[in-house]
Structure formats: C-alpha cells, structure tokens
Design a protein around this ligand. Structure first.
Ligand SMILES: Cc1cc2nc3c(=O)[nH]c(=O)nc-3n(C[C@H](O)[C@H](O)[C@H](O)COP(=O)(O)OP(=O)(O)OC[C@H]3O[C@@H](n4cnc5c(N)ncnc54)[C@H](O)[C@@H]3O)c2cc1C
Length: 444
C-alpha cells in the first residue's frame, strides 16, 4: 500500500473556483492537492477540437470558454448576499488583478455603467444592470490559464483524470482515496465541482448531511427584433442588461446578440431557442436577439426540471420543434402562419414553426414579455416593431443553494463548497472570487 500524502487542503475540481483557491493557498505556502476528473491543461488543449466534453472538464473547467468576467453584484450569482457587497466587489477586483498578473492586462476591459441611460431606464420602470467587464476571449483565456498552471507547477500537487472514490472525516482531518490509488490526508477539503448535475456530489451531500434550499429554473421567450431599434441603448456597450420587477414576476434580459442569430440549444434532452454571437458565424443578421428570463423556484431540483420538461417537451413534440410567433399576431390574438413569417420584416434567423404562443407557453412568460415591451417602448420613445419575433422557449438551470456559512463551510467543520456547486455563484468572476474568499479563511 502506498504512503498517505498529507496536505493542508485538498481541492476537488480544477475549474476557476478551484484554481483561484489553489493559487491563493500556494502563494501562502500551504500544502495543496488539486484533483480533477478531467485532463491537465496541455492535454485539454491538444484534445479540444475533437472532443466537446473537454470544453467543460479539466484544469480551468468552464474558464476555457469565452472568458467574459463580469465584475458585478447585479447578476452572475448571489455572492454579495452571502458575504456583503463591498467584500464581494473587493474580491472580484482581486480576481481581475490576478488575471492581469498572468497576462490578461491587454484584454478588452469596459464598463456598462451609463448614469444618463440608467436614469432613463428608471423613468421607464426598468432597472439597468451594470458590470465592469474583462472579456478575454477563448485564446487569451487559455493563455492566462497556462501561465497560472505554470505558476502552480512546483508549488502544489495535482491529480488529473482522477476521481475521489471515498471521502471521510476522521478526527480533525479528512481521508481521501483517489481513483489513481493514492491516499490523501487533508485538514480541509474544498469541493469545487461546478454546476453540472453530479451523482458524486449528491453522495457527499447525503454523507455529510449538506442541506439545500430551493431550486431555480429560468424560462423565457427568445426575442428577435430589429437591431436598429436597440441601437440607441448600445452606444457604449455590446449588451444592455435590463430588469423588470413587478409584484408577480421578475424578468431579465440575458445573452444579447446584436446582429447575431437564433440557434437550437440541446440540453437535458430538451431543444431550446438560444442565441449565437455574430462573431461565431460567417453570416450576420440585421436583428438583435436576447432571452427574457423569468426565474421560478421549486422545492427540489427534480421539481424544477420536471416543470421545464413538461413545457418544453410539449413544444418539441418528440423532435426539435421550436415555436415562433410575431408580436403583432400575438397582440391581435391570432396565430402566426408560415406565410406571415415569409413576409415578415424581421427575417427569422432560425427555421421554426409559426404558431400561437398562448397555446404552448404559460401565461407568466407572455405577461412578462408584454409588460417588458411596454416599458421598452417608453424607454426607446417609439413602438416596438410588430414584426418582432418570439421563440419558445429558452431555459437556464441552476444548482440549488447549499446551506453553508459565510465562508462557504458546511456543517461538517473543514468541508467547503466553492464556486457554482455551492449554488451561490453562476459566473466566472463570482466563482473565482468565492475561491479567494475561502482561501482567506485558511490563510487569515
Ligand atoms: C457554455 C458556457 C459558457 C459560459 N460562459 C460564461 C462567461 O462567458 N462568463 C461568465 O461569467 N460565466 C460563464 N459561464 C458560467 C461559468 O462558466 C461558471 O459559472 C464557472 O465556470 C463556474 O466555475 P466553477 O469552478 O464553479 O466550475 P467549473 O468551471 O464548471 O469547473 C468544475 C470542475 O470540476 C471538475 N469536476 C466535476 N466533478 C468532479 C468530480 N466528481 N471529481 C473531480 N473533478 C470534478 C470538472 O472537470 C471541472 O474541471 C458559462 C457557462 C457555460 C455552460
């Protein structure tokens, strides 16, 4: 039997939250092992073109993607609710400093802050959500991760292509058996396994009695409208994020793509309407698209999934069907026909079935769109084009929030949940910040 290796902290999951925890601990001279079921960075980069799974797993996790770090408490998770707005902001500033230290300083940096526009939005009954944005893009993201990986190389231990077969607390420390045969003793364990549903994490939750709160699922219509109508709101930024709050619902614009296209998204056995950035396609459109998401909460993740499945599978009709309706037709209470779509001023960028949304989509999503367009029209000082197209439906699933302390510690002392698996963060910036926050606990 091999010797047991002793560490201060074992981190399970090498996505941004795990990597930022590891970086901070390595700098403080802590003994750390970083374990991930995916590949190390160099292998990931070599395998990436042929294997889509590599996009999600291994060193850097989802941080290998677009690398758009939104520094804000307005969206991207509830870090500020957990630790306070100021500490959350400071941690995100630290995330940016670290990224810059490892090569991100040349990457696009901008703010969506625009006090005059914010005031106009407020007058129209909308809230403009703002962020400072460091947009690395895929190439720079990988370069930055490579430099962080290089920094960590001789400071911590790694276990890639490795899972944790057993995790148990004995006395004041944890014993881990790894699938590569290694045995590890660690004073603390940070689980940082991301948002993807995980049987392994569920096992740990049962074992350590980690309770979880409500599950959230956001559903909404994907909107495609003339780009020219939105242009006045996009003078300073690529995207404007607007929020509408009423007594009955909250609706937020998400993933805006000026001159982009609508595409099909395949997730959890569902086919949904998603948006594609204009840079990802050779063909640009004259339209702008975004989803108007309305969050709903359920007692369990299974309930949230069942709700979304019930609605979206009925639209899909056992295939890849997506329904689309012209706003003008919806307002007149009549279905949109294929002829209507052919003659429509806004040319649909996705081939979808013309239909009548009230027959297919719960009232709340239509009410949200109706109220939102009314306010948007007030903001733009012009009516919203009747040729605007509404596609059903898009969905976004969230891991339920787990019960943890303000330092993300579970009721089992020494066991922490970082990043998206905590259910608190939903973005690169907040996931990375949560890792730094937890590391401060060990180094403070
Ligand atoms: C397609 C896509 C694009 C996105 N783009 C953006 C964006 O541009 N900006 C933004 O702010 N947010 C974006 N997000 C969200 C963002 O990527 C996540 O919020 C963030 O990556 C979460 O970081 P994390 O460390 O918690 O998890 P992840 O980055 O998901 O990393 C989790 C790691 O844990 C490993 N792992 C999982 N289970 C185990 C296990 N049992 N044992 C060992 N290892 C395990 C995985 O292999 C992975 O490496 C995007 C999400 C998706 C799906």
């Amino acid at each position: 039997m091999r010797n047991i290796m002793v560490y201060d902290v074992a981190i399970i999951g090498a996505g941004v939250s795990g990597v930022f925890t590891a970086y901070s601990l390595a700098k403080a001279g802590k003994r750390v092992i970083l374990i991930d079921k995916g590949h190390d960075l160099a292998e990931r980069q070599a395998l990436l073109p042929d294997n889509p799974q590599i996009q999600y797993e291994g060193f850097g996790g989802l941080g290998m993607s677009e690398g758009k770090y939104n520094y804000t408490n307005d969206f991207g998770g509830g870090l500020s609710h957990k630790i306070g707005s100021k500490p959350a902001t400071l941690l995100m500033q630290e995330v940016d400093q670290i990224l810059c230290q490892f090569g991100a300083q040349g990457a696009t940096f901008y703010t969506t802050d625009d006090p005059a526009l914010m005031a106009k939005c407020q007058q129209a009954g909308l809230t403009m959500l703002t962020a400072q944005v460091r947009h690395l893009g895929t190439v720079k993201s990988q370069q930055v991760l490579r430099q962080i990986r290089h920094f960590l190389d001789d400071k911590i231990s790694f276990a890639f292509n490795t899972t944790v077969q057993s995790l148990a607390k004995q006395g004041e420390s944890f014993q881990l058996s790894l699938s590569d045969g290694r045995r590890v003793n660690a004073k603390n364990v940070v689980i940082a396994t991301g948002n993807a549903p995980s049987e392994w994490l569920e096992q740990q939750m049962r074992r350590f009695d980690i309770k979880e709160g409500q599950a959230r699922v956001d559903l909404g219509l994907r909107v495609e409208m003339p780009y020219s109508q939105w242009q006045p709101l996009l003078q300073r930024a690529f995207e404007t994020k607007l929020k509408l709050e009423t007594a009955d619902f909250t609706a937020t614009t998400y993933c805006m793509n000026p001159t982009g296209r609508i595409i099909r998204k395949y997730e959890k056995g569902l086919v949904m309407a998603d948006g594609q950035n204009c840079n990802e396609s050779d063909v640009q459109s004259e339209n702008l698209n975004f989803t108007l998401f309305v969050p709903q909460y359920f007692p369990t993740q299974a309930d949230a999934k069942a709700y979304a499945e019930h609605i979206i599978k009925a639209i899909n009709r056992g295939g890849e069907r997506i329904v689309v309706q012209r706003l003008g037709c919806l307002n007149q209470g009549k279905p949109t026909t294929q002829q209507c779509l052919i003659a429509n001023g806004v040319k649909p960028s996705l081939a979808a079935d013309g239909g009548y949304l009230p027959d297919e989509v719960p009232e709340i999503y239509l009410a949200a769109a109706g109220e939102f367009f009314q306010r948007l029209s007030q903001l733009l000082e012009q009516p919203i084009s009747a040729d605007t197209l509404l596609y059903g439906l898009d969905a976004k699933f969230f891991a339920p929030q787990k019960v943890t302390s303000e330092f993300f510690e579970t009721t089992t002392g020494g066991l922490y949940l970082a990043g998206d698996c905590s259910g608190v963060t939903h973005s690169l910036s907040q996931a990375a910040a949560s890792g730094l926050h937890i590391a401060k606990r060990f180094c403070g």
